[in-house]
Design a protein around this ligand. Structure first.
Ligand SMILES: NC(=O)c1ccc[n+]([C@@H]2O[C@H](COP(=O)([O-])OP(=O)(O)OC[C@H]3O[C@@H](n4cnc5c(N)ncnc54)[C@H](OP(=O)(O)O)[C@@H]3O)[C@@H](O)[C@H]2O)c1
Length: 341
């Protein structure tokens, strides 16, 4: 092991609260020495970071499901890495872990709280940020717990080719549902139908979502897993069935608004159809992650479940890489590789 004191920790800190899309000047690039682990502590070298739409919300001031990132603080990020120095019996040097590493090259932990060892014989690193990580847990519990799909029902998911959408659609298929995705572009639609096994996919950039829903959901929509909000949510509301469940997972179309969030005008469809709309925050399911992990890992091993990641390189590209989520340039779970393993 190289002496920790010889290492420099490159970091990305929040410099300003963005207005609209984040700019490079909203970030500060800083360096810091890497400190030795305290007793029962250890140091993790970041290998890959998860770039998430939620990061945009964490940059705003104000109350949410977790506090905002403070100005001057290292940007919050989930990641996977390897222990390079340790005084903790359960996390010896060499252990691969998943944890809140932040947008930086190294993080020293004073205890094992919030850190999970991961097994690369189950799946490679990037999958632990996707189907076996936070987005997979979101899709699994959001669909099954909140959506409660029944065999034969029609499930629609927006952001279909993305991290959460991939899991939602594949789990819904495994549960015997008819699955229709909504995604931007022919390539993403082809991917979810041909490689993930969805029954159909509506390219919202190419045509009217309403026409697509009429064509591909002739008996209406029983479960809608909403990742995007805005007009797409409003349109799906016009096609729901009696007793439909709508999972509010995210509203990426609204995250960079400089005007107030646009709510659904068609919400009275919930009344007419005795339907419900319910939010999900993945962290509420933390104690049940092992259940989802076991299922998804088994489906992967059986060849019934796959996932796609979009890996971009280099800590210094973080500001521009994050924007790919909002332009739809990412194709699959967006991952930033910080170092090789
Ligand atoms: N509630 C929770 O606990 C929780 C946890 C994780 C994620 N989420 C939410 O789940 C959603 C999906 O996250 P993810 O990590 O899976 O991201 P992702 O789908 O992998 O990437 C974002 C995708 O959103 C689509 N998009 C961007 N702008 C859009 C717009 N204006 N209208 C429609 N689609 C747009 C783009 O796909 P297209 O090219 O197809 O447009 C883009 O590729 C986000 O809203 C996120 O905040 C919630």
């Amino acid at each position: 092991m190289s002496a920790l004191t010889e290492l420099t920790n490159h970091q990305v800190r929040l410099a300003a609260r963005p207005v609209g899309l984040p700019k490079r000047s909203d970030w500060n690039f800083t360096t810091e020495p890497v400190r030795e682990p305290v007793e029962s502590g250890f140091v993790v070298k970041t290998l890959m970071l998860s770039l998430d739409p939620a990061m945009r919300g964490w940059m705003n001031e104000g109350k949410s499901y977790i506090p905002p990132v403070a100005l001057g603080e290292v940007m919050r990020a989930g990641g996977v890495g390897q222990v390079i120095a340790s005084r903790h019996a359960s996390f010896p040097v060499g252990t691969y872990v998943s944890a809140g590493l932040g947008v930086q090259e190294y993080r020293a932990f004073d205890s094992g709280k919030g850190v999970t060892a991961i097994d690369l014989s189950v799946a490679p690193l990037e999958k632990w940020l996707n189907a076996l990580g936070m987005p997979g847990m979101t899709g699994y519990f959001g669909l099954l717990d909140v959506g409660q799909p029944k065999p034969g029902e029609t499930v629609v998911v927006s952001g279909a080719s993305g991290a959460v959408g991939q899991t939602v659609g594949q789990v819904a298929k495994l549960k015997g549902c008819r699955v229709v995705g909504i995604a931007g572009g022919q390539a993403k639609c082809d991917f979810v139908v041909r490689e993930l096994g969805f029954d159909a996919c509506i390219d919202y950039r190419a045509g009217d979502v309403r026409d697509g829903l009429k064509k591909y959901c002739p008996t209406g929509v029983d479960v809608y897993f909403d990742n995007v909000g805005g007009e797409i949510l409003d349109t799906v509301l016009t096609r729901i069935n009696r007793g439909a469940r709508i999972i509010i997972c995210g509203a990426i179309s609204q995250y960079n608004n400089t005007t107030p969030v646009k709510g659904p005008a068609n919400y009275l469809s919930l009344l007419v159809n005795r339907a419900r709309m319910e939010g999900i925050v993945v962290f509420d399911y933390a104690d049940r992650y092992p259940v989802a992990l076991k299922d998804i890992a088994q489906w992967m091993a059986e060849g019934k479940f796959t996932s796609r990641e979009d890996i971009v390189e280099g800590l210094e590209t973080f500001p521009e890489a994050l924007l790919k989520l909002f332009s739809g340039e990412n194709f699959g779970k967006l991952v930033l590789r910080v170092a090789g393993n």
